[in-house]
Design a protein around this ligand. Structure first.
Ligand code: GUN
Ligand code: ZN
Length: 444
């Protein structure tokens, strides 16, 4: 290994394939009880058994030691709203009333560039404290808010995919945009940010109810003009929402058919929720490669319903795991795995911990088409990784034994873990969060 490389040593886990929902395929993961991760110039050089790799380090290389921890790839969130931190824990409503009462008024503040910059920085710092190193993110309809998030993410060399929300009807003054300007500003943002460092653009119509047919046409046109950008929206989350879409688009055969009609389905499209759907929808998703972001803490908090994970996977629909803060209640992907497990329990389905950790890492990287550079610790990928503390809370300490079986260790972390379990977060080889020496006013 070259001079100037660095290394971390400890139990190391990552995935190279999908384990499956039921009996996990043991060849889907690689685990080294005494592992070593070697990093140079922001990228992974090697991962493997410490006994094999240590002798190859140049003399004097500093090796950080984490014997009682777990080294894993950074977690990825496939659906989260930067401007909704202040919406967390909003009482007593379901989707449509929640949007009117809490969410739209909160998002109106993001017309102010200084506020948008502050909140973007806070948002990224909070992702890091929760062990999330990359995300597909909703901004607001204000171009300045999208700019602010991309600028902050570039400062951390952090892979963020985001876009200006398109929303030209059925929303109040202050958060609506204008049909032509929305298209133009989306274009400008794509030209400025898509492929700039690790930043990527997602065309972002909020959902079919808040866009005119003309705006949805423009969204489809953007995807045709820029075939490698992503698309994100919301779909089939709540019964009242679905009934409203039926009224607004009576000529379309289903909610999914609205997006299909405007050319918004495809392998680069991520639809959040997809709870109240049928086999015809699943077949069309699979056929087009369209992905679903499963947002369990949001779906239970807003009383939206129980996503059917097993049916989606059985139909070969790609499914990512996501927090959906502020409809969701935590930025922690560990807390999100716990809620996903409970949703599966309520449906009589299983979600084993290998599959849950796969989904939060390599699976989500695949959903977002960024598994060439993130998702596991394969040589050449960005060194986005975490040091998890296996005894971060009294409950975790009770379960902790040095020789605990891997599956039990993962299940402990998934059910009992939260931001306290994130000891360190590295982005492209740089430690951007160290729980035990937190600095910076934003986080206190
Ligand atoms: N549908 C339209 N907008 C939103 C949003 O901000 N959050 C959620 N959960 N669903 C939506
Ligand atoms: Zn959402």
């Amino acid at each position: 290994f070259p001079a100037g490389c660095t290394a971390v040593r400890g139990p190391l886990l990552h995935f190279i394939a999908e384990p499956g929902l039921n009996a996990p395929d043991p060849s889907a993961h690689e685990y080294h009880a005494d592992g070593l991760l070697v990093v140079a110039e922001g990228r992974v050089l090697a991962n493997g058994a410490a006994a094999e790799l240590l002798p190859r380090l140049p003399a004097g290389t500093e090796v950080e030691q984490y014997p009682d921890s777990l080294i894993i790839p950074g977690m990825i969130d496939t659906h989260v709203h930067m401007p909704q931190l202040a919406v967390l824990a909003s009482y007593g409503t379901q989707l449509l009333e929640w949007l009117e009462t809490y969410t739209f008024p909160t998002e109106a503040r993001f017309a102010d560039a200084a506020w948008a910059a502050d909140q973007s920085q806070l948002f990224l710092d909070l992702l890091l404290t929760h062990g999330t190193t990359s995300a597909l993110v909703f901004s607001t309809s204000h171009k300045v808010a999208a700019e602010a998030l991309f600028s902050a993410a570039e400062g951390y060399n952090m892979a963020i995919t985001s876009g200006k929300v398109m929303m030209d009807c059925h929303a109040p003054d202050g958060v609506r945009d204008e049909t032509e300007a929305s298209y133009q500003e989306s274009r400008e943002l794509i030209e400025r940010w898509h492929g700039q460092g690790r930043q990527r653009y997602a065309v972002t119509p909020r959902f079919a109810a808040t866009s005119t047919a003309q705006q949805l046409t423009y969204a489809g046109q953007l995807l045709a003009e820029y075939p490698d950008v992503l698309m994100q929206t919301h779909w089939a989350e709540n019964h009242a929402e679905i009934a409203w879409i039926k009224e607004l688009f009576p000529e379309r055969s289903s909610y999914l058919d609205v997006y299909d009609h405007f050319g918004l389905l495809g392998a680069r499209s991520v639809l959040a929720h997809g709870i109240h759907i049928d086999d015809g929808d699943r077949a069309r998703l699979a056929e087009t490669g369209t992905r679903i972001a499963f947002c369990p803490t949001s779906n239970t908090f807003l009383g939206s319903g129980l996503f059917d994970l097993a049916s989606a996977r059985a139909a070969d629909v790609e499914v990512g795991l996501a927090t959906d803060v502020g409809g969701g209640t935590s930025l922690s992907m560990l807390a999100t795995m716990a809620e996903a497990y409970k949703v599966c329990q309520l449906r009589g389905q299983s979600l084993n911990p290998f599959q849950a950790f796969y989904m939060a890492t390599l699976g989500n990287a695949r959903v977002l088409h960024q598994d060439d550079s993130t998702g596991n610790l394969a040589p050449g990928k960005y060194a986005d990784f975490l040091i998890l503390d296996r005894s971060a809370s009294p409950a975790l300490r009770l379960k902790h034994e040095p020789e605990r079986a891997l599956q039990a260790m993962l299940f402990d972390l998934m059910i009992l873990g939260d931001d306290r379990a994130i000891r360190r977060t590295y982005i492209a080889g740089q430690c951007r969060y160290d729980r035990d020496s937190v600095k910076g006013a934003a986080l206190n």
